[in-house]
Ligand binder design. Structure first.
Ligand SMILES: [Zn+2]
Length: 85
């Protein structure tokens, strides 16, 4: 009985992402604009470094990620607005 209790305390959840993995969440995929952009410190070679809302992120970076439908629609609107100018 006491031995099974000690096994539980040593349990480590497997959801923890391995070091060097892409940052756990790509904020611009759901955030069009961020009030507090931040510098990412995940250390990944693919890291974009400065995390901001999708409106402020370079297109080539956004194209690498799966974006939420809200952000995708806003991007399409931005593009058609740019063409009208
Ligand atoms: Zn990073």
């Amino acid at each position: 009985m006491s031995s099974s209790m000690s096994t539980l305390t040593n349990y480590v959840p497997s959801v923890i992402s391995p070091p060097g993995d892409e940052f756990t969440f790509f904020y611009p995929s759901t955030e069009w604009s961020m009030s507090e952009p931040f510098r990412c410190c995940c250390g990944s070679p693919k890291c974009v470094g400065h995390i901001n809302g999708a409106a402020e992120m370079p297109t080539e970076i956004l194209d690498r990620y799966k974006l939420s439908s809200v952000v995708q629609i806003k991007r399409q609107r931005e593009r058609s607005n740019a063409q009208l100018r």
